[in-house]
Design a binder for this molecule. Structure first.
Ligand code: BTN
Length: 241
């Protein structure tokens, strides 16, 4: 991963550039498109991803996970989230969790987000563009729920070292996926889940309720136990808090 690296000083969104690159025959698996400054960074569910130029990692990774059936797409999310989780575990001291489906949390604040865009062809994933935003050296944020590795540790990090380490961790998890280690990925994901086995408030269909996350099902839906009944939610159906 990252042996083929395409650097652009500024762009709208690295996911958009990667979507053009992937159409070219030279787009090898593991190609990284990276920028110092995104002007129209995209987040999940139509949100924007806004970070300070030159302080953070904003990049997209091109993958060809043809060995993952479209019905198992959640395992790709698992592998990438765990790669980020493993990196953060080695780089930081703090309470690190994966907030379902793929936000990385440290000390209850979001430090990284992932936007995976899969292109399906028939019953295979033709290619996958994995966009990653990891807040590294940014010191201040406009939203109180965001943080960076610098805010947590007080340290400055070398961006290219963090990128190398992160790509290595993602590769390890991706190889587990390729080797069919779905159960190990799922177990590790469960153990890393934010709010798991704790009573918390959620909202669904504009109603607040209390429950305990017990895990994710095989389709990647969140399972919440409410008074002994287990509810399964897709990403759009439930909110934390
Ligand atoms: C989220 O948490 O909402 C996902 C954020 C993903 C942001 C990254 S930054 C690099 C890549 N390019 C984009 O436009 N988005 C992703």
């Amino acid at each position: 991963m990252g042996k083929n690296l395409i650097y652009v000083p500024q762009c709208h969104s690295t996911n958009d550039i990667a979507a053009q690159v992937v159409e070219q025959p030279s787009a090898h698996e593991g190609t990284v498109v990276i920028t110092d400054a995104q002007t129209k960074g995209r987040g999940q569910m139509g949100n924007q991803w806004v970070t300070e130029p030159e302080k953070n990692l904003t990049f997209s990774l091109i993958l060809y996970p043809s060995f993952v059936a479209p019905k198992d797409q959640f395992f790709l999310i698992c592998a990438i989230s765990l790669g980020l989780y493993d990196l953060l575990q080695t780089a930081l001291n703090g309470h690190i969790f994966i907030k379902w489906p793929n936000d990385l949390m440290v000390n209850d604040k979001k430090v990284a987000g992932i936007l995976i865009e899969n292109q399906l062809k028939g019953n295979i994933i033709k290619h996958s563009i994995v966009g990653i935003g990891l807040n590294v050296n940014q010191e201040r944020f406009n939203i109180p729920t965001a943080t960076s590795m610098n805010q947590i540790s007080g340290q400055q990090f070398d961006l290219s070292t963090i990128l190398d380490d992160l790509l290595h961790q993602i590769e390890v998890r991706y190889l587990m996926l390729r080797n069919g280690k779905h159960q190990t990925l799922l177990n590790d994901y469960h153990n890393a889940m934010y709010w798991r086995n704790e009573m918390h408030a959620f909202s669904a269909a504009s109603k607040k309720f209390y429950g305990k996350i017990i895990g994710v099902d095989e389709q990647g839906r969140l399972m919440v136990d409410c008074d002994g009944t287990v509810h399964h939610f897709t990403n759009k159906q439930v909110m934390f808090g």
